[in-house]
Write a protein that binds this ligand. Structure first.
Ligand SMILES: [Zn+2]
Length: 428
């Protein structure tokens, strides 16, 4: 500025009243402060970031986040923020920002939690620097989860994981199935991962591609995590209800991270070990090498015989579809149940059947009364368990057993279920 002009300004300044001088002076201070502290001037100044706009936005978010974060460094706004895109390498990013590979290696060495190995597109890296010295570094996954690295005197870094619990807020999503569950749920804002999870929950209960009907209603209670008012992207499905052709299917998340139906029974394929309520004496065990006592020929026994009196209630040992109810000269009246594509159970020598071919049955449902039909020496139930159509010993084979909420946890579970059902009922 030429001296003459400066003198002109100065003399005008002196002519101003004291109050105006003060106002002008403080305005100048504010303008200078804004120029120095504006995050966008910091971010765009040194390095052109490929995602400059995103970086600007999230750095604003970060400022509003900052009151509760206790950084080791005094400066809370990062000098650079970088959003990972597919194909990025850490050394490439450091190079782009003019940071040395030695510093990168020191960061990697102190990365106890392997946070840098789990980076995905969209995750952010934040850099605080003193010229080309990296004083603080952050791997930022979401507002509730990041890893902080701080420079120590010897050039190494100290790393710590920050997890903020924030608050979880519930909301209910409800709709009807049109087309597929996937399309209908996507339209209502569920993520592909959440829909996949629902499919897994009910995979042993409903055949989604065949059994769902247009107009089948469904409701989902979701809780989302918020840290300082911002969604972290973490969410849980608390309850799911699908009404398929009038049949209710419920799933409730309980403490241990598993899903149970409204009665506290596990939703995954599971079997009862015994096909009767009481455990009867085994009159003839499963034996692939059984010899006939008279002929001496090998006559495998593919099932377990229980010495139960005629008229004993016979239970389906798992959820499934009845595929056969037939009279046979040797097996007598017998029932076959298919449980998904892998498992099958057979019940022989019955006196009465309560089910028909094609009927879906539930684990524990009474399907028949035992008897002495077919070629037998006395009343008993012959029970078979097949895996991929190979008979196995139903008493010893590792089969997925029914898991339920424990008796101790049941009151708490029932309370949770009541709460979630009320929430779902209130939603239209
Ligand atoms: Zn038998």
């Amino acid at each position: 500025m030429p001296l003459k002009k400066f003198k002109q300004i100065l003399s005008r300044w002196r002519q101003l009243p004291k109050r105006h001088q003060r106002i002008l002076l403080s305005l100048i201070v504010i303008v200078i402060a804004v120029i120095c502290w504006s995050p966008s001037s910091n971010l765009s100044g040194e390095v052109a970031l490929p995602h400059g706009q995103q970086a600007g936005n999230s750095s604003d978010d970060f400022v509003s986040d900052s009151p509760e974060i206790k950084p080791v460094s005094d400066v809370q706004i990062p000098d650079n923020e970088y959003t990972i895109v597919a194909g990025d390498t850490l050394s490439g990013i450091f190079q782009k920002l003019g940071l040395s590979q030695t510093q990168m290696r020191n960061i990697l060495e102190s990365d106890q939690t392997q946070a840098l190995d789990t980076l995905n597109p969209g995750d952010k890296l934040r850099f605080w620097r003193n010229k080309d010295k990296l004083t603080r570094f952050q791997v930022y996954f979401n507002p509730g989860y990041y890893v902080d690295f701080n420079l120590l005197e010897d050039g190494s870094y100290d790393s710590k994981v920050v997890r903020l619990e924030g608050v979880w807020k519930q909301h209910v999503v409800s709709g009807e199935i049109h087309g597929s569950l996937y399309l209908s749920a996507r339209k209502l804002g569920l993520t592909p991962a959440q829909i996949e999870q629902i499919g897994q929950m009910f995979k042993d209960k409903i055949n989604f591609s065949r059994e769902l009907r247009s107009g089948d209603p469904f409701k989902v209670v979701i809780e989302d995590q918020f840290v300082k008012g911002q969604p972290t992207g973490e969410s849980n499905l608390l309850a799911v209800q699908i009404i398929n052709q009038g049949r209710h299917f419920n799933a409730f998340l309980f403490d241990n991270g598993k899903y149970f139906d409204e009665k506290g029974q596990s939703l995954t394929r599971a079997f009862l070990r015994y096909p009767t309520r009481r455990h009867y004496r085994i009159s003839s065990p499963f034996n692939l090498h059984r010899r006939h006592p008279v002929t001496g020929r090998i006559m495998p026994h593919y099932g377990t015989d229980f010495a139960c009196p005629v008229g004993t209630k016979i239970l389906a040992t798992g959820d499934g579809i009845v595929t056969r109810v037939i009279h046979h000269p040797y097996a007598g009246l017998y029932i076959v149940i298919r449980h998904g594509s892998t498992y099958m159970t057979r019940y022989l020598h019955l006196s009465k059947s309560y089910v028909h071919r094609g009927e879906p049955v539930k684990r524990g449902q009474v399907i028949a009364l035992s008897g002495a039909s077919g070629r037998v020496t006395g009343p008993h139930l012959h029970y078979e368990f097949r895996i991929n159509n190979r008979p196995v010993n139903p008493m010893s084979t590792k089969i997925p057993m029914a898991a339920a909420v424990s008796r101790k946890d049941m009151p708490k579970f029932k309370q949770e279920v009541h709460k979630l059902l009320t929430v779902m009922d209130k939603s239209p």
